[in-house]
Design a protein around this ligand. Sequence first.
Ligand SMILES: [Zn+2]
Length: 432
Amino acid sequence: MPQGGSYVLANVRLHLSLTPGFNAPVDSDGFALADIAVADGKISSITARGRSDSPAGAVDLGGRIVMPCFVDCHTHIDKGHIWPRKPNPDGTFMGALNATGADRAARWSAEDVARRMDFSLRCAYAHGTRALRTHLDSVAPQEEISWPVFETVREKWRGRIELQAACLLGIEGVRDKHWFERLAKRVAAANGVLGVVTYMLPDLEELLDQVFAQAIKHGLDLDFHADETDDVSAISLKKIAEAALWNGFEGNILVGHCCSLARQPDLDVLDTLDKVAKAGLAVVSLPMCNLYLQDRRGDKTTPRWRGVTLLHEMKARGIPVAVASDNTRDPFYAYGDLDMLEVYRMATRILHFDHPVGDWPQAVTSTPAKLMRLDGFGTLAAGGAADFVVFRGRNWTELLSRPESDRIVVRDGRTIERQLPDYAELDDLMVG
Ligand SMILES: [Zn+2]
């Protein structure tokens, strides 16, 4: 691979759902063969193969897939990698909540959070991620620690990973109006996103109104964790959509999880999806975390459902849908490395992003970019940044069958050094 300057990558496979402004005959997978010309860190042109000869000196990639760098719109890099010192005792959601809460109270100093965040971001960067939104546990007094750390980390990573943060707390925390207003101001000062976890509390509607009021007052987008449960009575996705409509909210709203929707009767589902579409909500599914936590049984019986929400039905209604990493090596998910190819591979299997593939590749690229308001991210286009990943695979079955550990990540036209951090770097944070 060339190292910067001007060059042409010839004979690459591009997925047409990710190349606005470029058109060419596609194969049954949705790919077209193309040449990509790069100059001064930008894509200068994308040309269909066969219309002209590749220029002399072009690097022939033999039909390998090239995708734009990934956008990971739902992560928790403040929680990441605490597993060795605080495992989930039984793999349940409550086990995760309690273990994480105890670890946060005892161990989340600024240094601890900063080092684990940096570790996570080095993983994401090496795997080809260009933008990432993290939630930040913001239960007092953690917000005073984690938000300044996040601002420093965001500055350090500028130009490599575009970072966003959303505050995270159970919506019951909104009852303390003065504290919540202070938090909203803090989030606004950091250019953040206002986020809460919704549950079916008796005063949920009033609390949602408080959340929307603060978002409107401070000009914030919203990001919810909703209905991460198999309990059919969990309908907070619908409540969020209704609150968005009656508050006339005009910002972006992203809702994560929405697992219980997949367990509800069809008529209820249709009503909820109508409201979600009308309110302009976007939904992100976290398939790996859902598979891990949902339907976890304490009686040594086998899980019977996949835990994910109704992404196909949502997409069919024009609701923007994404998939993302969620947790990594913490009590909510024992595994994971912020590798969005892994997320896409797992999503393909769990959620059937195949036969046809259609435009599902947008769910890890251009769709999350749009809902994070990141222009030019998640697509490949002439005039755009030369930020892309060159894979070995030449079609979906090749791409999604192996880990693609030898993928090439190009940023600003240059191949980056893909060095995954050694777990031993965090060993001193895991003792005691
Ligand atoms: Zn989450």
